[in-house]
Write a protein that binds this ligand. Structure first.
Ligand code: XMP
Length: 329
């Protein structure tokens, strides 16, 4: 649209006036729409003086790293360093059950890795990077400073949300937030003009702590994470095949660390249970569970039990928000 073309030109101009010709900029990509569009925009303005990092924390979805790296590199030509920090994150999470503790650990590890990245870059360039790009949107800006007396009880007061891009304190980076006056649908329009693939722009939201809040309890036990990835992939693929992905706000599987009894052939099994969740929502603050047809759920359940080793029970979450939250942790 003409409006977004203007926004794009204006933003590029502002970035070029802000960032000096010898200055460098860093950005943490999460694989989500906002950080991707923000980075693509900055890249268009200053080229390879932008340096992006994508962290594989071992808590990503099935083939997520390969999939997003393909978009970053092949479709968008972004300069991205991909860091495999799986061992680092999982060793810190060993034995941790509490959801808030998990979030804190993940947030802290992320900052360490980002810090290392910035310092290595400094060595390589012979100067400190000056700016950090963040994909902050207008609703985030309003949410972080609620009007006085509004008594706002948004989700930040319930859960500590750690988006990637938490800022290491000693680094003294100035912020570039090119999306901070835009709403989500405007970011998607902007992304489209910047040639971010359509399918990528329609991705469901995904929490910063990733699958750590979708494996209940200690995420490092057994092969819980791998099992969850397979179940989640089957569910999401089935939703896409049924043409329902775009009407759903968020859909995912949850791994339940309980053992349940099942039967396969003439053998008794003692396996694990998983839960599926799909909700519709306008903004994530409230949400309704999605009423799939029985046949759809039956097919998904059968597919999961037939193809994912160790899972012998599938349940579907029929609670809305409130009283539940969207995530299980
Ligand atoms: P809840 O579970 O609070 O989630 O109803 C609302 C929305 O926020 C996402 N979410 C998170 N996002 N870090 C994030 O970046 C987090 O710690 C986190 N916890 C929940 C959730 O996926 C949903 O879209």
């Amino acid at each position: 649209s003409w409006k977004m073309e203007n926004v794009l030109d204006e933003e590029i101009k502002v970035i070029n006036e802000t960032v000096g010709p010898d200055e460098h900029v860093i950005c943490a990509l999460s694989g989500g729409v906002d950080s991707t569009v923000a980075a693509t925009l900055v890249h268009k303005a200053i080229g390879d003086r932008l340096h992006c990092i994508f962290v594989d924390n071992g808590l990503l979805r099935y083939k997520e790293m390969e999939r997003v790296m393909e978009t970053f590199e092949r479709d968008l030509h972004l300069p991205v360093t991909c860091v495999d920090a799986t061992d680092q994150f999982l060793s810190e999470l060993k034995g941790v059950d509490d959801p808030e503790k998990k979030r804190k650990i993940i947030g802290k590890e992320f900052i360490c890795i980002f810090d290392d990245f910035a310092h290595e870059l400094e060595q390589k360039l012979g100067r400190k990077p000056s700016y950090l790009v963040q994909g902050t949107l207008y609703p985030d800006v309003i949410e972080s400073c609620p009007p006085p007396g509004s008594g706002s009880t948004h989700s930040h007061t319930i859960k500590s949300h750690h988006n990637v891009g938490g800022l290491p304190k000693d680094m003294k980076l100035k912020l570039i937030e090119p999306l901070k006056l835009l709403f989500k649908d405007e970011v998607r329009q902007l992304g489209k003009i910047l040639n971010v693939p359509e399918g990528f722009l329609k991705r469901h939201p995904f929490p910063g702590p990733g699958l750590a809040v979708r494996v209940i309890g200690d995420v490092t036990l057994g092969n819980y994470l791998d099992t969850l990835r397979l179940v989640d992939e089957i569910f999401i693929q089935s939703i896409k095949d049924a043409g329902l992905y775009d009407v759903i706000w968020q859909a995912f599987a949850v791994f339940l660390p309980v053992r349940t009894v099942g039967v396969q052939g003439d053998q008794r099994t003692h396996g694990h249970a998983v839960a599926l969740r799909a909700v519709t929502s306008e903004d994530g603050m409230t949400a309704d569970w999605y009423p799939f047809e029985g046949k759809f759920l039956a097919d998904v359940s059968q597919k999961i039990c037939n193809s994912v080793r160790g899972v012998n029970r599938v349940s579907y979450d029929i609670t809305s928000k409130p009283p539940s939250t969207i995530e299980w942790e």
